[in-house]
Design a protein around this ligand. Structure first.
Ligand code: GCW
Length: 707
């Protein structure tokens, strides 16, 4: 592996001599091409003459490799390791192993509380000026190393550094919906076979290299945990063969600070004669009831076995009592009782439980109210410290735009986690340029009002609002075996932004977009400006034709969730579009289904009132007659038509913007993105034609599609 990395560095060195090198997207945002600003390059070279790493942990090799590879690529010269500290040395070491002269008088060190946090600073010492990366533990050093490389890659002034950084959220988890047969669910990148399962049977070396590079990418943005298999989990995930395989992956990712966990099927303990979704059972029991001593014993043994393979195993993600996956309720127990059983068993090993609330098997006509009804009464029941309730961002299912989930702010004694979707199930698969950053920020900054104004979802998640000790965040991943990982090159940005926002949800979506663009596409000002602008506008553009004014499920006529597909009798379209000759939208306010009553009164008041309800959620919460006026003075019909036309215009502009960058972008990635921008524009047009025609047939009103 080391050789492969060395070869890559050498290649980077040679290739960086040319201006536009051929690229396939494999290197993601870790391209490390030579700084092409002569003045900056000269300064950086002076600042980094050599590297001195004072660390004996298992992570030392990773840090050495990353800094070696990164600096040599960026500076176009070898930056040797050194035992000595000289003018221009980069020193990397934990606080307690650094020479006292390097830490004396550095006040920011006192701010470090997390083992994963780090400080980077410039210091004048006797021999000259040095740069120091330090932390309480080696993982912090690795994160600090990646931060320094990011600063150089994005051409920042680093002559006088004074940085202290630590994560706001403890467990930053990517969930892979990958099946153990190598197929995947909702991963839409061109070749959607799994990088975790069955890959090595084709080519073991290739698989290991991918896993390493996945680890590098994760560490570079602070992702520290992954779930290897689909939430619709196959029982076989817990077999000896599978556990040995999981051990292999865990061993490969450990040097990057990434722990692995799995989704467990709660019915695994049943006899093989029981067949259920993703069964049959592998145990000898007739029940999965978490209160039954035999069930507890079965899982105790299984968990001990798992830790025999993977000593730092992360824990279980669980989907139960949902979409045909077996659950404890059918055996007379609650989700809390089951989650606590696992929590109790995993706790001695340092493992956690992430219990998903995505269920809709509750007797309530308004689908959006069901999870709250099922889980809110259990508040206080999940109190082991290592148990989290993982909620999708909204109460439906990854719609292009949803209001924040009412369980945030609704369960104040429970460690709540959010599940974002990095992959683009309902938002154009790997065909649309759609950057989630602005929308994720919209959710994080939404005010639950649970403890008065300013009680944001972000503060619920990081544990500060209700003073809960643990915090966790999840994103459903979008990588596959396709060479560039995600199909659409811009879909890499969502993986990147997930990591950055999981680390610090207060970061700005535009800053993240810009730093990603600089690393992925280069620092040319025109490239940076145009691509950042395209990204920042992209969620609004997608919602304008996939979910205008807050309708949803416009691409859910079939199970593929992509094509505009009005379908008679579709239950989701009846609830989330609800169009007829008189009007459109669903009244979920105090005068309708009263879904708003699940929020704190202040938040409910905002949603209840059309004047204060956000424009993008008008039809989610309210029903309008076609000619009724929206708060901005337009009729709903006109507002709708304008949204589609806006999307058509913007997706067309994006093609022009992209084409204006030809010559500044390498040809393989240029062509791949161009093809997709065209597909997205065609699709915006198709949505407009199909849906406006469908609505027009209901309401008889005229419309004009501008193309
Ligand atoms: O809406 C559904 C998706 C399923 C997914 C499920 C879930 C993995 O269409 O593909 O199952 O959500 O989140 O559990």
């Amino acid at each position: 592996m080391k050789n492969a990395k060395m070869a890559l560095c050498l290649l980077l060195l040679i290739l960086s001599a040319n201006k536009l090198i051929a690229e396939d997207g494999y290197n993601l945002w870790l391209r490390y091409s030579k700084v092409n600003d002569a003045k900056l390059l000269a300064d950086y070279r002076l600042q980094f003459e050599n590297v001195s790493i004072v660390d004996n942990s298992a992570m030392r090799v990773t840090i050495e490799q990353e800094l070696g590879c990164g600096l040599s690529g960026l500076l176009g010269k070898d930056v040797p390791s050194s035992e000595n500290v000289e003018n221009g040395t980069l020193i990397v070491g934990c606080i307690d192993s650094l020479d006292s002269s390097l830490i004396a008088g550095v006040d920011i060190l006192g701010e470090l509380t997390s083992e994963e946090g780090y400080c980077i600073y410039t210091k004048r010492v006797e021999v000259g000026v040095v740069t120091v990366i330090t932390a309480k533990a080696s993982t912090g050093l690795l994160y600090g190393a990646f931060e320094l490389l990011r600063l150089i890659q994005t051409h920042k002034d680093i002559t006088n550094l004074k940085i202290v950084e630590q994560p706001r959220i403890q467990y930053r988890v990517v969930n892979h919906w990958d099946n153990i047969d190598g197929s995947t669910e909702r991963v839409y990148s061109e070749n959607n076979r799994s990088i975790w399962w069955q890959y090595e049977t084709d080519n073991p070396e290739k698989a290991k290299q991918r896993w390493c590079d996945y680890g590098r990418a994760s560490a570079s943005v602070g992702i520290n945990m992954i779930i290897l298999n689909n939430v619709n989990a196959h029982v076989e995930t817990l077999s000896d063969k599978s556990l040995a395989h999981i051990k292999d992956i865990a061993d490969t990712l450990r040097p990057y600070g990434v722990r692995v966990g799995i989704t467990a099927n709660v019915a695994s303990c049943l006899k093989p004669s029981y067949n259920f979704r993703r069964g049959p059972g592998m145990g000898e029991l007739d029940t999965l009831d978490p209160k039954d001593p035999a069930v507890i014993e079965w899982w105790r043994k299984k968990i001990a076995e798992i830790y025999g393979y993977v000593p730092d195993f992360a824990g279980f993600l669980i989907k139960a009592g949902s979409e045909g996956m077996p659950g404890p309720e059918a055996y007379g127990s609650t989700a809390a009782e089951a989650a606590n059983m696992y929590g109790d068993l995993l706790k001695p090993y340092g493992g956690i439980v992430m219990w998903r609330t995505f269920t809709y098997e509750v007797d309530e006509p308004d689908q959006t109210k069901r999870q709250y009804i099922r889980f809110a009464p259990q508040d206080g029941g999940y109190n082991l410290g290592n148990v989290f309730l993982q909620n999708k961002y909204g109460s439906r299912d990854f719609m292009p735009r949803e209001p924040f989930h009412p369980l945030f702010g609704g369960m104040n004694k429970t460690q709540m986690s959010i599940e974002l979707q990095i992959t683009q199930e309902y938002t154009g698969h790997d065909q649309y340029l759609m950057y989630w950053g602005p929308f994720w920020k919209e959710i994080f900054s939404s005010d639950t009002y649970a403890k008065g104004k300013g009680s944001t979802v972000g503060k619920v998640l990081d544990g500060t609002l209700f003073e809960l000790p643990g915090s966790q965040i999840a994103g459903v991943g979008n990588v596959s075996r396709v060479k560039n990982w995600t199909g659409h090159d811009f879909a890499q940005a969502n993986w990147y932004a997930f990591g950055r926002l999981a680390w610090d949800h207060e970061l700005d979506a535009s800053d993240i977009a810009e730093e990603w663009v600089r690393q992925t596409w280069g620092n040319d000002p025109e490239v940076v400006e145009k691509l950042t602008a395209m990204m920042m506008n992209s969620h609004e553009v997608v919602t304008s034709f996939v979910g205008p004014l807050g309708i949803a499920h416009t691409n859910t006529g079939d199970s593929n969730h992509y094509e505009p597909s009005p379908q008679a009798g579709n239950q989701w379209q009846a609830q989330f579009i609800n169009a007829d000759k008189d009007g459109i939208g669903t009244d979920r306010s105090a005068t309708g289904t009263k879904a708003t009553s699940q929020y704190c009164p202040e938040a409910a008041r905002i949603f209840d009132n059309k004047e204060t309800c956000p424009m993008g959620l008008q039809l989610w919460f309210h029903r309008y007659k076609w000619q009724d006026k929206l708060p901005d003075g337009k009729s709903v019909w006109q507002g709708m038509v304008d949204k589609y036309n806006y999307a058509i215009e913007q997706t067309s502009d994006n093609i022009v913007k992209w084409q204006s960058l030809q010559g500044k972008i390498d040809s393989e990635r240029y062509e791949r993105v161009l093809k997709r921008l065209r597909a997205q524009h065609d699709h915006a047009l198709k949505f407009a034609r199909i849906w406006l025609e469908k609505f027009h047939k209901l309401n008889g009103l005229p419309y004009l599609i501008k193309n």
